[in-house]
Design a protein around this ligand. Structure first.
Ligand code: BJ8
Length: 427
């Protein structure tokens, strides 16, 4: 990406955005971003790239997507980590994450959905109904999945506004569930062949698996540096990098993440950090945090803690596991993809003991002082799972804080008080 002043309004208009509402959205985000990000001291220089991507998130990146479509490619919107981006990419699609992290057009949303629906669902519906998201408007197809009940039912309504394909995700991980999931992967391939007009071949799938693995490996490198004390990067910056992984051009993003990982490794070598060595180190686990949701990290880090790990879909669940690179036929690679994706530990599964194991393993590896469970208000899976997680975490000797919040800023004062009290306990 290069910097130059461009008028994107004709592009937004051609996508059918409500320009007035979109202006309001674009006016609000830089302010939130500045308050959260530019107040940090000693940021790694490599964050300049991510700042730039954020500043162009509705501009240059959307222009790139339009150019990609004009050259015969497609844009495929997704809402969930279980949708395999390797397959989309292999068929000339660009996968973009459509989960939204801000309240928008709730007046329209609440005419369709109960007010006590989780913020993530209300937000993606609001961005669509309010016509302010150029990603969803660029999408040739949106892929939903039968994860939680809220999403499942919301997709039925969402399908009235956008072309939608829903994957049936099992809720258990028994052999018969693996078989069901594997057939859903085949159904996805068929649908993508129809939408993209391209065939899935062994060559394009091998290449795509390699590229997406390289992206995940780069994020693994970046995040591994956070095991050091002092942490060389704030949690907020690391979260931003993972959030951008869902939108950015894959090879460019991989290069830039590897570049910042070089810088962070050099910082670790000389003991340079973003927070004092004795700052309480926290792990956050729970519901995903989509752009521009930086609320909890911001509160924690402004209160003197440092977030060193995220067991989130916008965290380790996204980059820890790779698709094996040994498959040589389409069938073998689809088996590998099915296996890798079903191995993600989301609270929509029962039982979901793997998540607790992941949390405890990461807590040890990242030498954390405390664990914070983050559940979006009205998110039943993560809200209920907090009970068994808390039990296991306390038994293992960690302090635990359970946060239930949404995208509004109304409870920030209350969050600050709770976080400060928690950090004092850890000191
Ligand atoms: S793999 S976490 S992205 S389903 S927060 S909508 S669960 S009520 S988002 Fe998720 Fe895939 Fe799982 Fe990850 Fe429902 Fe909860 Fe809302 Fe949620």
């Amino acid at each position: 990406m290069t910097e130059e002043a461009v008028d994107y309004r004709p592009m937004w208009q051609s996508l059918g955005l409500d320009l007035e509402a979109h202006d309001q959205l674009l006016a609000a985000i830089p302010q939130m971003y500045e308050q959260a990000y530019f107040s940090q001291e000693n940021r790694p220089e490599g964050m300049a790239y991510f700042d730039f991507v954020m500043s162009e998130i509705h501009g240059l990146r959307i222009k790139e997507l339009q150019d990609h479509k004009a050259a015969g490619g497609t844009v495929i919107g997704t809402f969930c980590l279980y949708v395999p981006e390797e397959i989309i990419r292999a068929m000339g699609g660009v996968a973009v994450g459509l989960c939204a992290g801000a309240e928008w057009a709730y007046d329209k949303v609440e005419r369709l959905l109960p007010a006590n629906t989780c913020a993530l669902i209300k937000s993606f519906m609001g961005f669509k109904l309010g016509k302010v998201c150029p990603y969803v408007e660029s999408a040739d197809l949106v892929i939903g999945e039968t994860t939680c009940d809220g999403k499942k039912k919301a997709y039925e309504l969402f399908a009235e506004y956008a072309p939608l394909h829903v994957m049936e995700l099992p809720q258990m991980k028994r052999p018969q569930d693996h078989l069901l999931w594997r057939t859903e992967i085949d159904r996805l391939v068929e649908k993508l062949q129809e939408v993209t007009g391209r065939k899935l071949t062994a060559e394009n799938l091998i290449r795509s698996i390699g590229e997406v693995n390289a992206k995940r490996r780069a994020l693994q490198r970046l995040n591994a540096t956070r095991k050091a004390s002092p942490a060389p990067i704030s949690g907020k910056d690391a979260l931003l990098a993972t959030q951008i992984a869902f939108y950015d051009d894959v090879p460019r993003f991989t290069d830039m993440v590897n570049k910042i990982a070089d810088e962070l490794e050099a910082r670790v070598a000389v003991g340079r950090g973003v927070a004092p060595e004795d700052a309480p180190r926290l792990l956050i686990t729970g519901s995903p945090m989509s752009i521009p949701n930086w609320k909890l990290h911001d509160v924690i880090e402004k209160a003197g803690g440092v977030v060193v790990a995220e067991e989130l879909c916008t965290g380790s669940r996204y980059y820890e596991k790779l698709v094996p690179e040994t498959g040589r036929t389409v069938d073998a690679m689809l088996d590998d993809i099915a296996g890798k994706y079903l191995d993600i530990n989301c609270a929509c599964f029962t039982p979901n003991l793997g998540r607790t194991e992941d949390v405890l393993r990461l807590a040890k590896e990242y030498q954390v002082d405390g664990i914070v469970n983050y559940a979006l208000r009205f998110c039943t899976p993560y809200g209920i799972e907090a009970t068994s997680l808390e039990r296991a975490v306390r038994e293992a000797g960690y302090r635990f804080l359970s946060i239930d919040t949404d995208y509004s800023m109304g409870d920030v004062g209350q969050l600050q008080t709770r976080v400060e009290a928690f950090l004092e306990m850890l000191a």
